[in-house]
Design a protein around this ligand. Structure first.
Ligand SMILES: [Zn+2]
Length: 175
């Protein structure tokens, strides 16, 4: 996973790596409360999973936006699923640098968005490209689309319409 770039190697033993792999799997079941289609792994929120000792796991999490009330819920869910996987101690560590941007959403996360009729963010955070008007339609792929509203069902999404297939769709903004 590219999201652990720059991190120190977490485990050395096979025993440890099996536990870490199980932890990643468990984390994939924790959905974002505001975007229930995507897990916190799909969103690229998990920076690192380590085993500081044989019976403990440390999860480094980057909140999607600071002060987000959903983050408290996410922390609790992480603790829950990891404890359920049989590990005795869980430490959830918050990582704020580098900050989360929509660039961290994984390929799998983007595919899930597309399948659900939501156009994933295009371009890179900080470039204006991703917030241009002509977002490819997730239904037919046409770029003949227009923005109807700056805000969709949540603040991170905008409402668009395809001029080719006439379907409305949401666009996950580049944030
Ligand atoms: Zn279309």
């Amino acid at each position: 996973v590219s999201a652990v770039a720059g991190a120190t190697p977490a485990v050395v033993s096979d025993f440890g790596s099996a536990i870490v792999a199980a932890a990643w799997q468990a984390l994939e079941t924790v959905m974002d409360p505001e975007l229930p289609l995507l897990s916190i792994v799909d969103l690229g929120m998990i920076r690192l999973v380590e085993m500081p000792s044989a019976d403990s796991i440390r999860i480094s999490v980057c909140p999607t936006y600071s002060g987000c009330p959903a983050y408290r819920v996410i922390r609790e869910r992480i603790r829950e699923v990891i404890l359920k996987s049989g590990v005795q101690h869980v430490e959830v560590r918050e990582v704020l640098t580098p900050p989360w941007t929509s660039d961290w959403i994984t390929e799998r996360g983007r595919a899930i968005l597309r399948e659900s009729g939501i156009a994933p963010p295009i371009g890179r955070f900080g470039s204006n490209l991703g917030n241009s008007e002509h977002i490819p339609c997730p239904h037919c792929g046409s770029v003949r689309t227009e923005r109807i509203s700056e805000f969709g069902s949540t603040a991170c999404k905008a409402q668009h319409r395809c001029l080719e297939c006439l379907e409305p769709f949401e666009y996950f903004k580049c944030i």
